[in-house]
Design a protein around this ligand. Structure first.
Ligand SMILES: NC(=O)c1ccc[n+]([C@@H]2O[C@H](COP(=O)([O-])OP(=O)(O)OC[C@H]3O[C@@H](n4cnc5c(N)ncnc54)[C@H](O)[C@@H]3O)[C@@H](O)[C@H]2O)c1
Length: 347
């Protein structure tokens, strides 16, 4: 039986990111302010399902349908190629959906997913979690302040060890039929989204990719020249190496007319800004989080924000429309790379 006002949460996929979301729900349950019922979990690997259930209190079920039927909210945390089918199943049942990024292995599938959830009218959110990050929200605010002047350029570097090893240990990321592509789609979809979130709409790209590891279709270097609608120009370098001492490190320099903003790290900085009048300030850790707290309306925790939106029947952010936009930019970069770096407009 479902208690009045409670939300039954189910999981499709019981791997790394499902475990992370489940831990977040447990840790921040008091902030969600709605009774959560740990409903079903399904993973085709029954050992994983059972281990997830034992650790989280969810019930290990044997089919996707059983999970979807028995929940109000479903987390789609499978490898990427399974997202479209499972999202369509959940939307057909009117369930609220949190789907991991990237939405799909192709842009066409991602567009269709967004259409399906919009038609079904279900609350949906995606795993572009860095939109909730204190440091990127503060960076966005700093570049939008009038004293910064206009953004002229951005240099974005994102490097990570290739995630078929280390704590990811996932074979599927080396399989193009499951992952769709390599570092740009699987990892730097976050970066493409952040570039628009922090700097503004992208109008055109040109890109190149390389493949050092040799997994077919899985590029491990992607570089892109980025043109923004505002006239700003930038670059992105995304790579997967074998240096396991660097799990995922982003460094972003945003050059404005009268301010340079430098970000390192994904969450609590450091962030430094240097102004034309000599002001030079760095924030990191708790001080940064305190400064960003009034800026991030929905709060820093994406899972809390999602479940609160579901409870209120409100629009959640970032939703699938946002994810389609990031995938559209990735697709344009891949098309450019196929054409030796030719310029491709982003619609
Ligand atoms: N938001 C983020 O920052 C972030 C971080 C890591 C992963 N991800 C994304 O999350 C997804 C999963 O990544 P992961 O690291 O957890 O991978 P993982 O390999 O740890 O887990 C994926 C699981 O999905 C299961 N699965 C496959 N098909 C299924 C189906 N039809 N029903 C139920 N389960 C199924 C697999 O057996 C596997 O256990 C990917 O799309 C990935 O890109 C997002």
């Amino acid at each position: 039986m479902k208690a009045e006002g409670s939300l039954r949460v189910g999981f499709l996929g019981a791997g790394l990111i499902a475990t992370y979301h489940s831990k977040m729900l447990r840790r921040f349950v008091s902030e969600i302010r709605v009774p959560l019922v740990r409903a079903g979990v399904y993973d085709p690997d029954p050992d994983l399902s059972r281990a997830f259930a034992a650790a989280s209190g969810h019930q290990a079920l044997t089919t996707e349908e059983a999970v979807i039927n028995g929940c109000d909210v479903v987390y789609v945390c499978t490898w990427t190629s399974e997202h479209p089918r499972l999202v369509a199943m959940a939307a057909a049942q009117g369930k609220a959906i949190f789907c991991e990024k990237p939405l799909a292995t192709t842009l066409a599938d991602a567009i269709e997913m967004e259409r399906v959830v919009r038609a079904a009218g279900v609350v949906n959110q995606v795993g572009l979690v860095l939109r909730h990050s204190p440091v990127f929200n503060l960076a966005r605010e700093l570049v939008q302040e009038p004293e910064a002047g206009r953004v002229m350029s951005v240099v974005f570097r994102d490097d990570q060890f290739i995630p078929i090893q280390g704590h990811y240990a996932s074979d599927w990321r080396a399989d193009v039929t499951k992952a769709g592509a390599g570092t740009l789609l699987e990892h730097s979809i976050h970066d493409l989204d952040l570039l628009e979130f922090v700097v503004g709409p992208i109008s055109a790209v040109s890109g190149r990719t390389a493949n050092f590891h040799g997994w077919p279709g899985i590029e491990d270097v992607a570089t892109a020249q980025i043109e923004f609608r505002s006239g700003a120009m930038g670059s992105l370098t995304s790579l997967w190496h074998d240096n396991l001492s660097r799990p995922s490190l982003r460094r972003i320099e945003i050059f404005c007319e009268r301010r340079l903003v430098t970000v390192e790290g994904d969450w609590d900085g450091p962030i430094r800004w240097q102004d034309a009048d000599g002001h030079d300030e760095t924030l990191v850790g708790d001080a940064l989080i305190k400064a960003a707290t009034p800026i991030v309306e929905a709060g820093f925790n994406p899972d809390v924000a999602f479940l609160r939106a579901v409870q209120r029947g409100e629009f959640a952010q970032p939703d699938m429309a946002v994810a389609v936009r990031a995938q559209r930019i990735a697709d344009a970069i891949y098309r450019s790379a196929e054409n030796e770096g030719g310029r491709v407009q982003v619609g």
